[in-house]
Design a binder for this molecule. Structure first.
Ligand code: OGA
Ligand code: MN
Length: 299
């Protein structure tokens, strides 16, 4: 049976049904999913009954998987497989993390508009987040379309941002919340990496902003000017007309294109309700500067 794709807006976000992703996919269904993904950038698949292995097997259809950044910290006890990012609020014993828990405070960074893994030299292509348990109130995830946001920029701004290279580090996004508790191995692993501020997507050919809370600087620009520019672009790109807000149901899988969207988690009572969300992330094919034909000096 062929899958069905129902768009949520004409060019951003769609729901995909009539497919069981926990089993090997027919080639024509995978091709249809990839085509829908290229067009809509966010796909919602309701009612997917994954365990960790089947979630990872599905993700591998899209390319090589990332290893969670939590592994960098030597004393961090992983609850999940190293290819799964643990973005809920449970600890290794499945207890709700306390208010002052380090990992909870670190994960609060996910509440600020970002794209995943732009702070890695080889950044992410897409993320695949599965809802195992959800709070009854709150805890939605919002997504913003950076292609539509780019298209809507005044021409003068498009010219201004063309060719700019930003420095991304996960320590920048955490510092915005005053979080600085990184050990030596994290400081080494999270040194800033260069990424273009505007990119052309290899599959659709569309232009997209590539911005995130992880940006701390723009090469060749004074810090104050760079931060002002990134703030302004972020405010522009996250206006309501570019945003889809997803209200989770248990067993939803949502996949998003990290090359051309930003997302943020929304508030919920995380001291009262468990939220168990597991993300597999696929690496992009090359660093963004390389994709855009820029040769960038090491800092
Ligand atoms: C993520 C993320 C937000 C959320 O999984 O990368 O930022 O709502 N999640 O859990
Ligand atoms: Mn994220």
């Amino acid at each position: 049976m062929a899958i069905t794709v129902q768009s949520i807006t004409p060019s951003f976000a769609a729901e995909v049904a009539d497919v069981d992703l926990s089993r090997p996919l027919a080639a024509d269904n995978l091709a249809a999913i990839r085509a829908a993904f290229t067009k809509y950038a966010v796909l919602v698949f309701p009612d997917q009954h994954f365990d960790d292995d089947s979630q990872l097997d599905f993700a591998r259809n899209f390319g090589p998987l990332e290893v969670t950044v939590s592994k960098v910290r030597k004393d961090h006890k992983l609850r999940l497989h190293e290819n799964l990012a643990d973005v809920g609020n449970l600890d290794a014993e499945n207890r709700i993390r306390a208010a002052n828990d380090r990992q909870r405070l670190y994960n609060l960074g996910n509440r600020i508009w970002h794209t995943d893994s732009s702070f890695k030299r080889l950044p992410a292509y897409c993320s695949m987040l599965h809802a195992r348990s959800i709070p009854p109130i709150g805890g939605q995830t919002e997504f913003a379309d950076m292609r539509a946001a780019y298209d809507a920029l005044p021409e003068a701004t498009q010219r201004r941002v063309a060719g700019l290279v930003a420095e991304h580090s996960i320590m920048h996004s955490r510092a915005k919340l005053g979080f600085t508790d990184f050990d030596e191995s994290e400081r080494e692993a999270f040194k800033p990496v260069p990424q273009v501020l505007v990119r052309r997507l290899l599959d659709s050919g569309r232009m997209s902003l590539y911005i995130a809370s992880h940006i701390g600087a723009i090469r060749g620009m004074a810090d104050a000017e760079a931060r002002q520019l990134v703030e302004e672009l972020t405010a522009h790109a996250t206006q309501r007309q570019f945003v889809y807000g997803h209200r989770w149901r248990v067993n939803d899988l949502v996949i998003w294109d990290d090359r051309c969207t930003m997302h943020r988690g929304m508030d919920f009572d995380d001291q009262r309700y468990a939220r168990d969300m597991r993300r597999a992330t696929v690496s992009d094919v090359a660093p963004t500067c390389e994709q855009m034909g820029l040769s960038v000096a090491a800092e």
